[in-house]
Design a protein around this ligand. Structure first.
Ligand SMILES: NC(=O)c1ccc[n+]([C@@H]2O[C@H](COP(=O)([O-])OP(=O)(O)OC[C@H]3O[C@@H](n4cnc5c(N)ncnc54)[C@H](O)[C@@H]3O)[C@@H](O)[C@H]2O)c1
Length: 434
């Protein structure tokens, strides 16, 4: 099959799409392809996810079961059998890219995906990596595997990189309306990759190399991490000066040019912002460079849970109590509001620190009835109802994540002391910003 035929198959929706890794990125992506009428196959090593999807269930809160049933109706199938790779025309890889123990990139999920699909690759496959990664990954990790299989990239096999720009919980943008950066290992690879994404998103942004696309995604996340680090530091400075940083930010936001608002919080969370910048830090060492902004922002952001603990200690101290043996009610565990995602959540860091200091902890989060075990934590708590009793009983209420579901007027009325890390309340005698 030549390039023209491949593109014709995309336009006529005859091309079959395979997505590997059906998480926060892969699932919305495969839904988008299905909505456009493509036959789709989703691959995941998590058997439970495969089972759930094939029976029409969703495991991501903002994706309804109805959406899953709809895509099944148009031919979607989930599987953990990689032999099905031969049947699809496009293979889109959306597996995790975490950090290792020493903040080094952990590309093991990409590597194990490549190992699983290698025996089933065939001529005229399009393989696109979507996972966030350091510049050079497509050329250094993917291309050699394809060439080992004796394919000629750009002639009888096509390779692209197209980073995801998912923002879970943001209802203003959808996978369709977010412009998508596309790149290819060769000119033909780029044309096919762009044609594919043009069929599911309103705007694609073609770039000159896979390395440019990889670096673009990292820049976007560094931009957030550094600016959040900046406002987190300014929050601590403003606090010493008795100035409310949230008011300052909202006032600055009235400037119609040259300013973008970022908000401080109890620390960075999620699978992207605390992690991705360090992919570049690691890679930069290869060319003898240091990424000082990334590391400084990382240091400030990683220190925020300790700042919150300090504020909790000071607040309890002001009523002649200590963290030890105080009842602390934590509101919100997700790393950001209105999402069911705990990855890298600073709430968990704070929870562990408070437990180590001897606090008696309760929490409430509408997205987590209990706390799922993670790589680092294994807490055995259940979510409590926020009522008069639970608020009155707490020595201190910590607003860690400002979900919209919380009744802030009620919390303010019933809590004895509130430490607010999100600027949701107005400062008063018993409401302390942290
Ligand atoms: N979550 C976001 O908001 C977001 C935004 C932009 C980019 N990204 C990037 O997208 C990538 C995926 O992130 P995510 O949030 O969707 O992760 P996720 O953990 O939600 O999903 C990843 C899925 O991949 C599966 N998986 C792991 N190894 C596999 C393998 N070898 N074969 C098949 N499936 C495998 C897991 O079971 C899981 O279902 C990461 O590189 C991330 O940095 C995430």
């Amino acid at each position: 099959m030549n390039k023209k035929k491949f593109i014709a198959n995309i336009k006529s929706k005859r091309a079959k799409i395979g997505v590997i890794g059906l998480g926060y990125v892969g699932l919305p992506l495969i839904i988008r392809f299905s909505e456009e009428g493509y036959k789709t196959v989703g691959f995941d090593v998590d058997e439970q996810k495969v089972k759930d999807l094939n029976s029409g269930k969703s495991y991501i809160k903002h994706i309804s079961a109805e959406k899953i049933s709809n895509i099944i109706d148009v031919g979607f199938l989930a599987t953990s059998n990689f032999a099905n790779i031969t049947d699809v025309d496009a293979i889109l890889i959306c597996v995790p890219t975490p950090l290792g123990e020493h903040n080094e990139p952990d590309l093991s999920f990409i590597k194990s995906t490549l190992n699983s699909i290698k025996p089933y690759l065939r001529q005229n496959h399009l393989l696109v990596l979507e996972s966030t990664t350091n510049p050079g990954t497509t050329e250094e990790e993917i291309v050699p595997v394809i060439e080992e299989n004796n394919f000629e990239i750009g002639k009888n096999f096509f390779v692209g990189y197209s980073p995801e720009r998912e923002d879970p919980g943001n209802t203003e943008f959808t996978t369709k309306t977010i412009p998508k950066v596309v790149s290819g290992y060769t000119k033909n690879c780029l044309e096919i990759t762009q044609a594919l994404y043009n069929s599911i998103v309103d705007t694609t942004v073609p770039v000159t190399s896979t390395r440019v696309a990889e670096m673009t995604k990292i820049l976007e996340n560094i931009h957030r991490a550094v600016n959040i680090g900046l406002v987190n530091e300014l929050k601590m400075v403003a606090d010493k000066m008795d100035i409310d940083i949230f008011e300052v930010i909202n006032v600055a936001a009235t400037k119609p040019f040259g300013y973008t608002s970022y908000y401080p919080g109890p620390g960075l969370g999620g699978h992207c912002i605390p992690i991705d910048p360090f992919y570049l830090t690691w890679k930069a060492k290869e060319v003898g460079m240091n990424t000082r902004f990334i590391e400084l922002a990382g240091e400030v952001n990683a220190g925020m849970p300790d700042y919150v603990i300090q504020k909790i200690g000071d607040t309890l101290n002001s009523v002649e109590k200590s963290i030890k043996n105080s009842k602390i009610f934590i509101l919100g565990l997700s790393y950001k509001k209105n999402v069911d995602d705990l990855r890298e959540s600073p709430s968990l860091v704070i929870l562990e620190k408070l437990l180590n200091l001897g606090a008696i902890i309760q929490y409430s989060d509408p997205y987590f009835d209990s706390i799922p075990s993670t790589r680092k934590y294994n807490f055995k708590f259940s979510s409590q109802i926020i009522d008069k009793n639970s608020l009155n009983n707490a020595d201190l209420v910590l607003l860690a994540t400002d979900h919209d579901d919380f009744d802030y007027n009620f919390i303010e009325k019933e809590a004895k002391l509130i430490v607010d890390t999100r600027g949701r309340f107005k400062t008063s005698k018993n409401i302390i910003k942290a």
